[in-house]
Structures are given as structure tokens and as C-alpha cells.
Unconditional design. Structure first.
Length: 144
């Protein structure tokens, strides 16, 4: 397989279109014959990261690069950044406002779910400089 690159823009606060990028990635991976496990894990991570940008970040971008060895998903935003990354990685911790929580989001499981579902995870954030998440998924098998 040759390298495949796909990019999606994410608009802060756009709950109407939130999740479109992760759905497109899921459909692409399914159409390429990837195993259901990796399709599901990539979709979960993409969705959680995409929703974090919509809820907390400034505008952002989700990029996927895929080759024979794996899939790298990178999500960046121009938001305020994360004050305490270790705290943000704690299950149940959230800085989502009441309005976002009333919509059913902001339960504090986004980053923990990303960690659980990716083979490798990295997060870089500086106050006032946004966030960059990198998630890697190693390709073990593909459906015939």
C-alpha cells in the first residue's frame, strides 16, 4: 500500500459537524479492508480528539498518515492549551462548561479513552499555544 494522507478541519464550538472527520476516517478504513478492531480504535480516538477541539480548543486540524506499518493520527488546535496535562489525563477530570455537559459531552474520558485505544500516544501543550495530540496504531493484519 502506498502512503495515504487525509486531513480534516475542525471548527471550535461547531457541535453540528462534530464527529464528521472521525466518521470519514472510519469509513475510509472500512473501505480499505482493515480489521474491525483497528477501525474501531482509530474511530474512537479520532472522535474523542475531535470533540476535545470542538469543546475546548480553538480551531484545529486532524491529519491521518497511513502506510504498511501503521496509522498516525495527529490532532492540533489553536486553543488555550492544557494547564496540567497529568490532571487532564485523569479519568473523570473535565474543564468542560455546564452547557457542554448538559449536551452530554465533557465527562472527562476523552484523553483516557485515547490512551486506552491507541498503541502509542503523545500530547504536547503550552499555555496559550494550543494542543498537539499524536496517536499511533500499528497495523497487524488486514482483511483479505
Amino acid at each position: 500500500m502506498s502512503e495515504i494522507i487525509k486531513e480534516f478541519n475542525i471548527k471550535a464550538g461547531d457541535f453540528d459537524r462534530a464527529g464528521e472527520g472521525s466518521m470519514d476516517l472510519r469509513n475510509l478504513l472500512k473501505s480499505l479492508g482493515f480489521d474491525t478492531d483497528i477501525v474501531q480504535r482509530v474511530a474512537i480516538c479520532a472522535y474523542e480528539a475531535e470533540m476535545n477541539v470542538v469543546m475546548h480548543g480553538g480551531d484545529g486540524k486532524m491529519s491521518m498518515i497511513m502506510d504498511d506499518t501503521g496509522i498516525v493520527l495527529e490532532v492540533t488546535d489553536t486553543g488555550p492549551g492544557i494547564d496540567d496535562i497529568n490532571l487532564a489525563l485523569t479519568e473523570g477530570y473535565t474543564t468542560a462548561g455546564e452547557a457542554v455537559q448538559q449536551m452530554g459531552f465533557g465527562a472527562g474520558m476523552g484523553l483516557p479513552n485515547i490512551i486506552k485505544n491507541s498503541d502509542h500516544f503523545d500530547i504536547v501543550s503550552r499555555r496559550g499555544k494550543g494542543v498537539c495530540l499524536t496517536m499511533c496504531f500499528w497495523i497487524k493484519t488486514r482483511c483479505p
